[in-house]
Design a protein around this ligand. Structure first.
Ligand SMILES: Nc1nc2c(c(=O)[nH]1)N[C@H]1C(S)=C(S)[C@@H](COP(=O)(O)OP(=O)(O)OC[C@H]3O[C@@H](n4cnc5c(=O)[nH]c(N)nc54)[C@H](O)[C@@H]3O)O[C@H]1N2
Ligand SMILES: Nc1nc2c(c(=O)[nH]1)N[C@H]1C(S)=C(S)[C@@H](COP(=O)(O)OP(=O)(O)OC[C@H]3O[C@@H](n4cnc5c(=O)[nH]c(N)nc54)[C@H](O)[C@@H]3O)O[C@H]1N2
Ligand code: SF4
Ligand SMILES: [Mo]
Length: 651
């Protein structure tokens, strides 16, 4: 028997270490790696069912072409010829930037980025910038700290207080939960701030039901109390920060009662939270991504970062404001991986539909989708479908006929984890990476993206691309050169291994920030920064939040849901009564963007005048993004899914 070490490729904080036993060519067991300090022998259901997904009866295992609305199977040879011809035709007739390459993070492997190198080699295509995911928070922390670094999960055990702010690790980051519980056992107080009393909030010592998008008001109220009481860390602020006087002046001009009112919390609660956070050091804040999916998302994160600086909780063990961790990505040669992309047009990712339908009307001739179910995951599904359909030539690489693939002209089936070698480094949370080996044979007619793009490049005679990206080994060696240099080893030495990149468990310990001033930079707010959108409020009195589902990674695990099943929408009892609804009844949610038929259920943890549902439902169940608005955040061009207003109509 041989045991392989591999990792979960899903777009998840945890990127778990997995062990697979093989005996006589057969897989006999899959389990969480017990020796791994993060995974500790436990995989979630999604990780445990990776193999099941590869063996799913509906997996696409041969190239498909749509002919008169029907899918027919075609050979790889024919698919490559036809797609190659179309790509060449688009380039010569309309220019390479008439093609969009749309990619997301459906698989965390480095080799899967060969698509980017191919399209640079092709001549440079139109690509998205900004984010559906974490963009506002990333840009906010870049402004404040100069980089986005998180404390090692083990360091949270040294905290006196832990604020989990707008993250729901019980669903989205399950391996953080044991750390939180252990910290509590050691005496730390766990605080959760969320408009929904989530499964994570159920573990907390203190829970604060802030109103959606009011986190900035809350952070400012806390800052004002800290300043009023003279309890800020003067030495830290004077020595390691810049912009404090402007920030203070801004806060002095604000009314505490107004700020508190906006949060929906009582004065007592806000004073209590401030005391819990600021009275004893070290206090750490663990930020999520739910709270930045708003117009004010970026500035709200900056106000929270400022709390860390004011209280001197930065750069010390047990402290920090941990949003994400991009430490490994810094040791990858992106110039090589991206093949030095020529200067080409970009569009704001959340505004894909506007770009295609309005800004570049009739310009875009083709779209090539990799690792994404874009039509379903973008806001405003009706517009996304219209925009996608309006593009004459569409190719998708995926494992399944997703809603996006269903609307395309060709589907090229690719290999998945266990069937391919790769380098998994994509955790937004920790600094472990895994070189994953090929363990199982892939279905005969599927191909790795590396081979798919090679075949296309050969057909299209892209000589430079073929020379520079000749084979996966070379790609990994070149792409990982900075990392291998840091580790002082070669690629062979990391093969089949899970290792930690030692970059220090406590960011900013030397108090040298990566900003231009080398200090923490306080936000200098514009006057209108606290204005919230009031549009549609009278007509659409409810706020619709679409959260990440526990049992699925976005849309990926909704595959077996029956067609006639309605998405569940949760409200609290008082909202239910206010709208004269009954638990379990069917109702229509209506937003300015569209309608969604749902089954109404009670969850008393949901705040007043809020409806929640989970993202990922397929079009066969209508998909929750039929309600969500297009638009971008204040900084970072982040999608603003949670700025969705709606009303309910009984059916
Ligand atoms: N309403 C609402 N919508 C949201 C969000 C929200 O909070 N609310 N969250 C947003 C966020 S945070 C994100 S990150 C996006 C995610 O958006 P997407 O990444 O588009 O979502 P997924 O459904 O995970 O789609 C990934 C696709 O990649 C495919 N795939 C898996 N492995 C491979 C592979 O090896 N190769 C290729 N080519 N394909 C592969 C999967 O089968 C799947 O179809 O959604 C956003 N959408
Ligand atoms: N099981 C599972 N795990 C996942 C994913 C998945 O789809 N399924 N997706 C992965 C990806 S790509 C991402 S980006 C992450 C997302 O991970 P999270 O950030 O944890 O997920 P979200 O559901 O977007 O939001 C988290 C919380 O933010 C709260 N929230 C919403 N609005 C506000 C607000 O205004 N203020 C505050 N304080 N809180 C608010 C929501 O109620 C929710 O409980 O999860 C990753 N992990
Ligand atoms: S989905 Fe996340 S928690 Fe589940 S096995 Fe994969 S990496 Fe681990
Ligand atoms: Mo995400």
């Amino acid at each position: 028997m041989k045991t392989f070490k591999t990792a979960c490729p899903l777009d998840c904080f945890d990127v778990c270490s997995i062990e697979v036993d093989m005996k006589e060519g057969k897989l006999t067991a899959v389990r969480g790696d017990a020796g791994d300090p993060i995974t500790k022998g436990f995989l979630c259901k999604k990780g445990n069912s990776l193999l099941e997904r590869l063996n799913h009866r509906t997996r696409v295992t041969t190239p498909l072409k749509k002919v008169e609305g029907q899918w027919i199977t075609i050979s790889w040879e024919k698919a490559i010829q036809e797609i190659g011809d179309a790509l060449l035709e688009i380039k010569t007739t309309h220019g390479s930037d008439s093609l969009i390459h749309y990619s997301e993070s459906g698989h965390g492997g480095l080799l899967k980025n060969i698509d980017t190198a191919f399209f640079s080699g092709y001549g440079g295509v139109t690509t998205p910038e900004g984010s559906l995911c974490w963009g506002a928070g990333i840009e906010a922390q870049l402004l404040d700290f100069g980089d986005v670094l998180g404390h090692d999960p083990h360091d949270h055990l040294n905290a006196e207080t832990i604020l989990v702010w707008g993250r729901n690790p019980s669903f989205t980051n399950v391996h953080l939960v044991p750390f939180l519980k252990e910290a509590q056992k050691k005496g730390a107080k766990l605080v959760v701030i969320d408009p929904v009393r989530t499964a994570t909030a159920a573990l907390a010592d203190y829970y604060y039901q802030v109103k959606p998008e009011a986190d900035g008001d809350l952070a400012l109220a806390m800052a004002k109390i800290i300043l009023q009481e003279g309890k800020y860390d003067t030495a830290f602020v004077e020595t390691h920060c810049i912009g404090f006087s402007g920030f203070k002046e801004f806060i002095d001009g604000l009314q505490l009662s107004q700020l508190i009112k906006a949060t929906g919390l009582t004065e007592e609660e806000v004073y209590q939270l401030t005391a819990v956070y600021s009275q004893q050091k070290p206090s750490c804040i663990i930020l999520g991504y739910g709270l930045q999916r708003y117009r004010r998302g970026g500035n709200n994160i900056r106000f929270i970062d400022a709390l860390g600086a004011l209280t001197g909780n930065l750069g010390l063990s047990g402290g920090g404001v941990s949003y994400a961790n991009r430490s490994i990505a810094k040791f990858i040669d992106w110039d090589y991986i991206k093949n030095h992309p020529p200067l080409s047009p970009t569009f704001k990712r959340p505004l894909f539909s506007k770009y295609v339908l309005e800004e570049k009307k009739d310009k875009i001739q083709g779209i090539f989708v990799t690792k994404s179910n874009v039509v379903l995951q973008l806001p405003n599904t009706q517009r996304a479908i219209e925009a996608f359909k309006s593009i004459p030539f569409k190719v998708v690489i995926d494992h399944f006929i997703t809603d996006t693939a269903a609307l395309s002209d060709y589907i090229l089936p690719c290999t998945g984890i266990y069937e391919e070698e790769d380098f998994m480094f994509s955790s937004m949370w920790h600094s472990y990476f895994t070189h994953t080996e090929k363990i199982l044979p892939a279905p005969k007619n599927t191909k790795h993206e590396f081979e798919i793009f090679h075949l296309l490049a050969e057909y299209m005679e892209m000589k430079d691309f073929l020379r520079n990206y000749s084979d996966p080994q070379r790609y990994l060696e070149r792409g990982l050169a900075p990392l291998l240099e840091k580790l002082d080893c070669n690629l062979e030495a990391i093969k089949g291994k899970r290792l930690k990149l030692e970059v220090g468990d406590i960011p900013w310990q030397d108090k040298q920030f990566a900003t231009p001033s080398k200090r923490f930079e306080f936000i200098l707010p514009q006057q209108d920064v606290l204005e919230k959108s009031t549009i549609d409020k009278p007509h659409y009195p409810l706020q619709f939040l679409t959260l990440h589902p526990k049992a699925s990674l976005h849309s990926q695990h909704f595959i077996d849901i029956e067609e006639n099943r309605l998405p569940e929408a949760f409200v609290n009892k008082s909202t239910l009564e206010k709208w004269h609804l009954k638990e379990g009844q069917e109702a229509m949610l209506i937003s300015p963007q569209g309608e969604l038929k749902v089954k109404i259920l009670i969850d008393d943890g949901v705040g007043h005048d809020i409806v929640i549902s989970y993202e990922g439902w397929w079009l066969k169940n209508q998909g929750v993004n039929s309600l969500t608005p297009e638009g971008v955040s204040d900084i970072g061009d982040q999608a603003i899914y949670n700025n969705c207003r709606c009303k309910i109509a009984a059916i």
